[in-house]
Design a protein around this ligand. Sequence first.
Ligand SMILES: C[S@@+](CC[C@H](N)C(=O)[O-])C[C@H]1O[C@@H](n2cnc3c(N)ncnc32)[C@H](O)[C@@H]1O
Length: 311
Amino acid sequence: MEFSLGHQPVLLQEVISALRPQSGGRYFDGTCGGGGHSFAILDASRPDGWLDACDRDDEALVAARTYLAPFAGRFALRQGNFSEVDKWVPHGSCHGVLLDLGVNSHQLTSDYRGFSFQHETAALDMRMDRSRGTTAADILNHWEPAQLERLFWDNEESHARRIVRVIIEVRTTRPFETVGQLVDAVRRAAPGRPGRTHPATKVFQALRMVVNEELPSLRQGLQSAMRILAKQGILAVISFHSGEDRVVKEFMRQEARDYDLPPNEPDLPHLRRMRAPRGRLVDRKGIEPSENEIAANPRARSARLRVLEKL
Ligand SMILES: C[S@@+](CC[C@H](N)C(=O)[O-])C[C@H]1O[C@@H](n2cnc3c(N)ncnc32)[C@H](O)[C@@H]1O
């Protein structure tokens, strides 16, 4: 199947088996991208399932609108952050919610969005929603050295200190504007080794995640998703990064427990405040792509799907 953004939806069969879309059901795709998963949800919920979908990226929505045209009248698309879905989708109304985190293929391959270290002349932008927010260049040019070091270190960049030293040296003579400038700075600090992942991979990922406030959006989005789900509704989340997956795993485990803890307290029996569980873990370890899927779509390699049923 061809997708309008050239994007192959990851773990597609697994997502559809988890959501079990049905005619008459209502679904929310918070990361519509080019519409790959949305298409399959609409297809499986013929003849009259309904889909609300959003993306922060205006270009993705243009592609999705065209791709989903065969289902006109059965879906609504809007530009927005899934963290705020509880402001526009009625609470308790949805039978399934999907969040397929991260970036879409167009963002990664485009030569002007700044997400990829391969397009060196692109501006260092990296915003999914280009109508608001701070760009990657703003961060590189204005953050304190210690803030930058923490950002890269938290994203498992072991050369964080050396890289920040070079960034500070470069920006005192000329502000960062292009992808090429950042790639050169990282290479000077930590050249990497041939055949290994690109030395700027983690720096780019850390900047993208902070530019788009991805972890705060995810934490808020998981809460919002639970509000719009009906009882027995399914929350399915695909993450591509250990930091994201940790947030999803901890959230789902907490929903499935029968107690709360006071903030920042260890899990000790006498501190537990008992309550009814709000969810049921459908799969304890999460679902990973098959070897066949990884061979056909290497981007799927780091994907993990976690599923929770609302009680
Ligand atoms: C991995 S792609 C989704 C691909 C899509 N499932 C498909 O099959 O075509 C992730 C998409 O989520 C969007 N996105 C990421 N974080 C978002 C957020 N907090 N709110 C809305 N959209 C977001 C990105 O712009 C990107 O288009």
